[in-house]
Every structure is written in structure tokens, then in C-alpha cells.
Design a protein around this ligand. Structure first.
Ligand code: FAD
Length: 690
């Protein structure tokens, strides 16, 4: 009988496997399963490769690179959508690139017939995202210089830019603005306009869609591109691996990388390699009707992880079983959930975003952000795979009509599977290639929490204070459940001895892949922040932290109480806390008393309960009532901290502070606003907001 290709591959793999076995893995690189992407901890899924983008584009025959500076995955998602669209509509040879993976001193040798796109999120106080720091410093640096010395340096560079920002922050979209200005100063030629998306107004997605169409027109004109009918071309090849089952030791069932698969988790633990940490203690610190707040103690001893007061801990979530089932069911994959698949990038510049071989179930449960809002563009892409004509027409209409999409989909907070269920009227969507989901659904993002303990007091134990997300959505019977916080709630229930930890029927797989998270473990890593106490404890501090915004301040006050106990001279420690009712959601109400005993008059807690009286009182009102003392402390160079809600509270506190200084110092408000700005740049005013 003739051997077919699969047989040959199987034989070849067997042969190479044998070679590898007898050579003790010396030639393991050769024997590597072509459909396996083995993640190593140190570099995530990044093989050693060139940092020269011009060379990379030449060798992979690309004429368009889409760089992204991304923190939470949205900019990365937009970048990959631009790359796909450039290819399917205009036949551009596109690639997506993480800014962190390349050097930029040869950007001047990018040939004229190529184009670079920049999708750049602005993070926190106008900062670059972690992966864009080096690029940003390079390109905006005073003495930026390039390999060739032509003038102007970037005279050949054609570029396109889109920024992701939030207008509630002072430095709105400063990344894209500053980068675009720097590129133009160097002679770079902007095609179209530098787009700006506004998360603060909740219009990010629509801003992006509105920006990209005129950009494509301008780019097509500039580069002489012909638009063609968009055809879907998969980026990933999926093969079902008949020889493997979910019990085969090389199959990833949700393990984040190879070391975890082999059961030898090893540091350094970071954003590519979580530590499976034991939860030492978990409790609810308030529970009212549909709201509850968790306090967790996460044990990092022996992990080599360390933290400092004010840092963040990242929690790697698992999707709720209910949503995993919904997804697998509507896509017709339920009966194949445990089938083993290999995933291979069909384009050399694409990266498989999770380790393989794996199962459909593991991909959906651990690696895809299936609960996130579905985008209009993705709905438009999937129209071609609708199970019937009516569904196809509906998908096309949703994809092209912003208001209709809003009314039918985003108003109801549907995720992808819910949208498909609704539009398909119960029919399954079996025609959608799985690759389309890998491309179109974001990678699961770790969620950050402001650490609520002091590293001085509990070096190896990280406290987390998290409110469980549950959102009532008009027009829907079930509430929207936050992915991570409900997972943490399930863990808490398990630890509390509940036989079936199952908040709201969400059925989390809390034992983790191969039961590796048993005994109440959660995958985490630590992210260092600039939100820090003054190094001199005698300096006064003012903290404003309503709701869970109080989290880092519990750490701050815990630290100062310990310092006072140890006989150190601790400065005035003023905390403004706000919540709904003293009897309901007053976080750590009894603990503050203990700190008061240690700190005496040095500690002052000022509360604002918005629903206890006839009038709503918020932290900024209390700040105003204490304006004299606040101003005096600021004159003594007190540090001023704000933590919590970025959308409203942080801005109102900022405005109020300027007002207070204006009144107390008898200066115009504009002058006071200038002072607040300079306090921010001198780190005397620090924010930790989300
Ligand atoms: P998610 O599933 O991520 O949902 C969060 C929200 O996204 C929902 O409420 C909803 O508004 C929106 N959303 C989700 N799905 C959809 C959909 N299908 N359609 C439309 N909208 C949708 N939180 C704390 O409680 N304590 C802290 O100390 C804390 N510190 C933080 C520090 C930093 C630096 C940052 C960035 C965030 C911090 N957060 C903190 C917030 C935290 O990271 C999480 O965002 C929060 O816990 C919700 O996570 P989740 O996975 O439960 O919810």
C-alpha cells in the first residue's frame, strides 16, 4: 500500500523520536514535533531569533509590519486585526511584531516600499506599556541615532499609528502622540491620521473602526494597493492528533509552559511563567446581597518571588466551566473537547499563543478570553461561516451597522458564544475554522491586584482585596460574572470546606490541569510598581482610597504601624476611605482600630459613607472639609496618594486638591493646577488607578 503523507510524518516522527531517545535528546531540536509549540519559561513562546526587523521582513518576504505596545492585550489584538485586514483586503504581506522583540537603530533602512504600523497603548500616567519602554526611550531620546547617517534619518519611513488611551487620565494617548511626533521629527511620513481610541468614553472599539477605514484608503493610494474581495485565510493549521489522548504526558491540559507540564515549576516567575501559589487563607470581608469582597493570603515562600509594599500581584484566571461548555457547544466542539490537537503557525512570523499539543477544552478554558465583549469586526469576519442564510445576513448587518450592533450585542454584554447562540437561533456554528478563534479571541490576561499587605510585616505572604464582579445587565436574566474574581470566590468556597464550590453555577475547574492546583493553589506573578511610600517614614502621607482602592493603603498603614511599634518616628498618616454604608462594605473596619493603637494621633481615618445619610458624601467632599490640614501637610511635603476608580474618583480628587490649594493659598485655580501637575512629576502625587 502506498504511504500517505500522514504515515510518512508519523514514521519520520517515530524515527526521529528514536534517534532523540538514543542520543539522549542531543538532537531533540531535530525531532521536534512540527505541531508542538513548547513554551519555555524564560522566553514564553519566543524562540531565539533576530532582533533586526529589516532583516526579518526581508527573509519572510513582508512589506508591512504592525508593531504593538500592549499591556492588557487590546493593542495586540488590534495589531493582529490590522495585519489580517491588510492581507485579506489589500494583499499586503503583513506581520505582527512585539516592540520588545526588535531593535530600532536600523529603522532608517526600512525600504520605501514597506510600511510600519504602530498600535500603542498609553499606560497609567502617560507611560509606555512594559513591552514598549525601550522603544519609547530610544525613539523619543534626545540623542537618537541610526545605523546609516542619511538626513533626515527616517526620510524613507512610511508609517501608520493608532493609540489606545483613556481621556480620564491627564496624559491622554501620550504614547501615540509622542511617538508620532518623534517619528515625524525624524522625517517619517504619517499616512492618514494618528488615530486615538478612548477607553474613558467607552468608545475604543468604535474609534478604532472609524479610524482604520480612511487610513486604508490613504495607504492604498500611497502604496498603489488594489482592494480585493476579502478572503479568509487561516493563520494557524490545526491537526487532530489521533495518536494522543488527554492522558498522554506530552499533552498540555492548561499548563502554561513546559516546566509546568513536566511538573518542575521553576523560577524566575514572571508574566510568562506563573507560580502556582498556595492560598494560605481566604475569607469574605463583606457580603451583602449580590456583592462580596474577598481577602486572600497568598503564600510565596520558597518561590523566590518577592514584593514591596505598593506592588501588584497578577492572578492567572481560569474560565468558568459554564462558559467553556457554552463555547464548545455553540461551535460544535463539545463532543471533541478532549481531542488532542496540534497547532502550527502557517506564517513564519505568527506565534501560536499557547503551548501544544493540547485539547480544545484546555485552549478554551485556560488560554482564550472567551467571556470578553465580542467585537463588531470579529462578527463581520465570522459571517462567512454562518450556519444558514438568515444568520449570515444578520452577522453581516451587525458587522456593518454600529447602532444595530450596539442594540443587539454590546448593550447586552454578550461574549462571542452568547452572540453566536443568539444569532444562530440554537443552530451550531460548525463551519468556523478553529484558527479563526485563535486569531480573533484575545489571549487570557492575568488580572492585577494592588497588594494589600506590607512586605515589611509579611515578607512571604501577599494579601489581596478583591470585590467579586457581578453586573446586572438589563434585558438579560443572568448577571455578567467577572472571570477572575468569581474563580477566586470558588477557591475561597473550596477552602472553606464547601463540598461543591460552585458560585452561581459557574463550575470552575479549580483543581487545575492534572489536578495540579489541588490543595487550593492559584497561578500568580508579581509586578513591581512605582506606587511607593516615602523612604523616610517620618514624612507625612495623605491617602485617598475608596472601596477596594483602600487595598494598597492597608499595606501602607500596616507598615507604618509596624514601624511605630519598632520605635521609629512615623509621620502623619491620613487616610480617606469611602464606601456605601458603615454597616455593609466598610473594609477592614476593625483592623484600623489596631493600627490606631500603634500609631496613636499619627493615624487619622476619615470616612465617607455615600448611602448612610440623606446626602451622598464622597471622599473628595471629606478632603474639602479637611482642607486646612491637607494643605498644611502638603506644605510640609506630604506625599499624596490616590487609588481605585480611574473613571471618576481619581479625577475629582485631583480637581478638588487644586481647589483646596487655591483657596488655602490664595492663588488662582490655574496656578494650583500647575502645582498639582508638578507634584505629579516629582512623584509627590501618586496614583494607582484602574
Ligand atoms: P472581568 O471578567 O475582567 O470583567 C471586568 C469588567 O469588564 C466587567 O465588570 C465589565 O465591565 C467588563 N466586561 C467583562 N465581560 C464583558 C462583556 N462580555 N461585555 C461587556 N463588558 C464586559 N480590583 C480589586 O478588586 N482590588 C484591587 O486591589 C485591584 N487592583 C488593581 C490594580 C491594577 C493596577 C489594575 C489594573 C486593576 C486592579 N483591580 C483591582 C481590578 C482587577 O484587575 C480586575 O479588573 C477585577 O477584579 C475584575 O476582574 P474579573 O476577571 O473578575 O472581571
Amino acid at each position: 500500500a502506498q504511504l500517505d503523507t500522514l504515515d510518512i510524518i508519523v514514521l519520520a516522527v517515530l524515527l526521529l523520536g528514536t534517534v532523540a531517545y538514543f542520543t539522549k535528546g542531543t538532537y531533540w531540536g531535530l525531532a521536534k514535533d512540527p505541531y508542538a509549540t513548547s513554551y519555555t519559561a524564560a522566553n514564553g513562546n519566543k524562540p531565539a531569533k533576530t532582533r533586526n526587523i529589516v532583516e526579518k521582513m526581508e527573509e519572510s518576504n513582508k512589506n508591512c509590519v504592525v508593531f504593538y505596545g500592549s499591556q492588557t492585550g487590546t493593542a495586540e489584538d488590534y495589531a493582529s486585526r490590522l495585519a489580517k485586514e491588510g492581507k485579506s483586503r489589500f494583499g499586503l504581506e503583513t506581520m505582527v511584531a512585539d516592540l520588545e522583540d526588535y531593535d530600532f537603530d536600523n529603522l532608517d533602512s526600512l525600504p520605501e516600499d514597506k510600511v510600519a504600523m504602530f498600535v500603542l497603548a498609553t499606560y497609567g500616567e502617560g507611560e509606555p506599556t512594559d513591552n514598549a519602554v525601550d522603544f519609547y526611550e530610544f525613539i523619543t531620546g534626545e540623542d537618537v541615532s541610526f545605523a546609516n547617517s542619511s538626513e533626515p534619518a527616517l526620510g524613507n519611513l512610511k508609517y501608520v499609528a493608532f493609540g489606545l488611551g483613556n481621556n480620564t487620565y491627564e496624559h491622554y494617548n501620550s504614547m501615540v502622540r509622542n511617538v508620532s511626533a518623534a517619528l515625524q521629527k525624524l522625517g517619517g511620513q504619517l499616512i492618514g491620521t494618528a488615530g486615538e481610541g478612548d477607553d474613558g468614553a467607552g468608545t475604543m472599539e468604535e474609534d478604532f473602526l472609524a479610524w482604520k477605514d480612511p487610513m486604508w484608503t490613504a495607504l492604498a493610494e500611497k502604496m498603489g494597493l488594489e482592494e480585493r474581495e476579502a478572503v479568509y485565510e487561516p493563520v494557524f493549521g490545526i491537526t487532530e492528533r489521533e495518536g494522543l489522548t488527554k492522558d498522554s504526558p506530552e499533552v498540555y491540559l492548561g499548563e502554561p509552559n513546559k516546566m509546568h507540564l513536566e511538573g518542575t515549576q521553576k523560577g524566575p516567575f514572571n508574566a510568562h511563567n506563573p507560580y502556582i501559589a498556595p492560598i494560605a487563607e481566604s475569607k469574605e470581608i463583606f457580603t451583602v446581597k449580590d456583592r462580596n469582597c474577598l481577602h486572600l493570603e497568598i503564600d510565596i515562600s520558597g518561590s523566590n518571588l518577592s514584593y514591596q509594599t505598593g506592588d501588584h500581584i497578577a492572578v492567572w484566571p481560569t474560565n468558568a466551566g459554564k462558559e467553556v461548555d457554552r463555547f464548545l457547544n455553540v461551535t460544535g466542539l463539545l463532543s471533541k473537547r478532549d481531542s488532542v490537537i496540534g497547532v502550527k503557525a502557517l506564517d513564519p512570523t505568527a506565534k501560536v499563543p499557547f503551548p501544544t499539543p493540547t485539547t480544545y477544552d484546555a485552549v478554551v478554558r485556560y488560554h482564550m478570553e472567551i467571556c470578553a465583549p465580542v467585537s463588531r469586526q470579529f462578527i463581520a469576519t465570522l459571517a462567512a461561516f454562518a450556519p444558514n442564510e438568515a444568520a449570515k445576513a444578520e452577522m453581516t448587518k451587525l458587522g456593518s451597522d454600529k447602532d444595530y450592533f450596539h442594540q443587539k450585542i454590546s448593550n447586552k454584554y454578550y461574549n462571542i458564544a452568547q452572540a453566536l447562540e443568539e444569532i444562530g437561533g440554537g443552530q451550531q456554528w460548525t463551519e468556523i475554522p478553529f484558527s479563526a478563534f485563535i486569531e480573533g479571541v484575545n489571549k487570557v490576561q492575568p488580572r492585577y491586584y494592588s497588594i494589600s499587605s506590607s512586605s515589611l510585616v509579611q515578607k512571604n505572604m501577599i494579601s489581596v482585596t478583591a470585590v467579586v464582579e457581578s453586573l446586572d445587565v438589563p434585558g438579560r436574566t443572568d448577571a455578567l460574572k467577572g472571570v477572575t474574581t468569581n474563580y477566586l470566590l470558588a477557591l475561597k468556597q473550596k477552602q472553606g470546606g464547601e463540598p461543591n464550590p460552585d458560585p452561581h453555577g459557574l463550575t470552575y475547574d479549580i483543581m487545575g490541569p492534572r489536578n495540579k492546583y489541588d490543595g487550593c493553589h492559584v497561578p500568580v506573578h508579581v509586578r513591581h510598581s512605582n506606587f511607593k511610600l516615602p523612604s523616610d517614614p517620618s514624612k507625612p502621607i495623605i491617602m485617598v482610597g475608596p472601596g477596594t482602592g483602600v487595598a494598597p493603603f492597608r499595606g501602607f498603614v500596616q507598615e507604618r504601624a509596624a514601624q511605630a511599634k519598632a520605635g521609629e518616628n512615623v509621620g502623619k498618616t491620613m487616610l480617606f476611605f469611602g464606601c456605601r454604608k458603615a454597616s455593609e462594605d466598610f473594609l477592614y473596619s476593625s483592623e484600623w482600630e489596631e493600627y490606631k493603637q500603634a500609631l496613636g494621633d499619627k493615624f487619622e481615618l476619615i470616612t465617607a459613607f455615600s448611602r448612610d445619610g440623606p446626602k451622598k458624601v464622597y471622599v473628595q467632599h471629606r478632603l474639602k472639609e479637611h482642607q486646612k490640614e491637607v494643605n498644611e501637610l502638603l506644605l510640609q511635603k506630604a506625599y499624596f496618594y490616590v487609588c481605585g476608580d480611574a473613571a471618576n474618583m481619581a479625577r475629582e480628587v485631583n480637581t478638588m486638591l487644586a481647589k483646596i490649594m487655591s483657596e488655602e493659598r490664595g492663588i488662582p485655580e490655574t496656578k494650583a493646577e500647575e502645582i498639582v501637575k508638578s507634584m505629579r512629576s516629582a512623584n509627590q502625587y501618586q496614583e494607582d488607578v484602574w
